[in-house]
Write a protein that binds this ligand. Structure first.
Ligand code: F0G
Length: 366
């Protein structure tokens, strides 16, 4: 049986690596493309979820981190640094461990989920909580990368985008062609830029060191990005100084990949719009309760966007739509325990007794 070898080895001919490259991998990629039955029924299109929570550290960041850490080792780095809303730090910490490098992560104090915080600590990263937001953390991380002996592994490093473009390759490889619409959450805007790069490369002949590869897809999708309403610089048209949303993963006001995200939107004939925290939480509940897919709130922004566009009559039927759900629900599980009216679900307590348990379940004896 074929064992998935991680995105670098699976797509080596389309990535900036050679046979001599020492690959740092945890077996990332090869994630499920799940047919979303209820979203398909709702829209009359075939809707699929690219479930990126199934990566080794539970988010899509691992696709980029295998490339970034491989590049760090190639450059002879001894230490890496990143700014993060949580997932990048979890991924950097794990891949730095695999590479034998030191890792420092800068996170906004009080604004990252417990799951992500514990991953970075478990993998032995030096974690500093900055008195500021993600954008402030990224400023510091960039300056450290420029003026100090540490290698920056944020998505401003082009190796990250190279790795993340493989998400688009996998979608096309699964479906046999590109979808009509690709939907995803937008924060620092690396991922929308990476998917667009991947879709473009797969739709045209591709030059490699060993010759030209033929086009794999016949088309590219329309890109639909969704931001949290309180952190929606692309909707405002300018950076936001005080971004705020319960979806801490995408609580970002000054996205690093601004120009490439705007290009992805405009070249594809797509859009970047906003969804409210309530819409994000409703989509989060939809995914868990109707599709069987548990994601973290920020990951549900794309689904929230699709549901909102459908309600506005703006989702075409009869199309193929892929939504990247970016991170696992266990990263930030507290939201699952919250009901629609804002109160917390209290598990029912029962005595150690089958008759009472059966009665509580509404079961009558055979
Ligand atoms: N979804 C999740 C779960 C994320 O963690 C992120 C970004 C995004 C979506 C947005 O992707 O930044 O490429 O537009 N998280 C980064 C981090 C910023 O530090 O983990 P993007």
């Amino acid at each position: 049986a074929h064992q998935w070898r991680g995105v670098i080895r699976e797509y080596a001919d389309r990535l900036p690596v050679t046979e001599a490259t020492k690959v740092i991998t945890l077996g990332e990629g090869g994630t499920p493309l799940v047919h979303a039955q209820k979203l398909s029924e709702l829209t009359g299109s075939e809707v699929y979820l690219k479930v990126e929570g199934m990566n080794p550290t539970g988010s899509f960041k691992d696709r980029g981190m295998t490339m970034a850490m491989t590049a760090a080792v190639e450059a002879g780095a001894k230490a890496v640094v990143c700014a993060s809303t949580g997932n990048t730090s979890a991924s950097a910490a794990a891949y730095a461990t695999a590479a034998g490098l030191k890792c420092a992560v800068l996170v906004p104090e009080g604004k990252i989920s417990m799951g992500k915080l514990s991953q970075a600590i478990a993998h032995g990263a030096t974690l500093l909580q900055v008195d500021g937001n993600f954008d402030n953390c990224l400023d510091i991380a960039r300056k450290l990368g420029e003026a100090y002996p540490v290698f920056l592994v944020n998505s401003v490093n082009p190796a990250r985008i190279q790795g993340q473009k493989t998400g688009a390759f996998e979608v096309v490889d699964s479906l046999g062609d590109a979808p009509d619409i690709h939907v995803l959450p937008v924060g620092n805007a690396g991922n929308i830029s990476a998917y667009w790069k991947g879709y473009k490369e797969y739709s045209a002949p591709f030059e490699t060191a060993n010759g030209t590869l033929p086009a794999v897809s016949t088309k590219t999708p329309i890109m639909w990005g969704f931001q949290a309403a309180g952190a929606a610089p692309f909707v405002a048209g300018h950076p936001i100084t005080e971004p705020d949303t319960i979806a801490t993963a995408i609580r970002i006001g000054n996205p690093a990949s601004w120009d490439t995200a705007v290009a992805a939107r405009d070249e594809s004939g797509g859009l970047i719009e906003a969804v409210t925290d309530e819409e994000i939480l409703a989509a989060h509940r939809w995914l868990s309760a109707k599709e069987g897919v548990f994601v973290e709130p920020g990951s549900a922004a794309g689904v929230a966007g699709l549901i909102k566009k459908h309600a506005a009559g703006e989702v075409p039927s009869g199309k193929t739509i892929v939504i990247t759900v970016t991170g696992h629900g266990l990263k930030d599980p507290q939201w699952a325990l919250r009901t629609e009216d804002g109160s917390d679900v209290q598990p029912v307590k029962v005595p150690n007794d089958v008759v009472t348990v059966a009665a509580e379940l509404g079961l009558e004896e055979n």
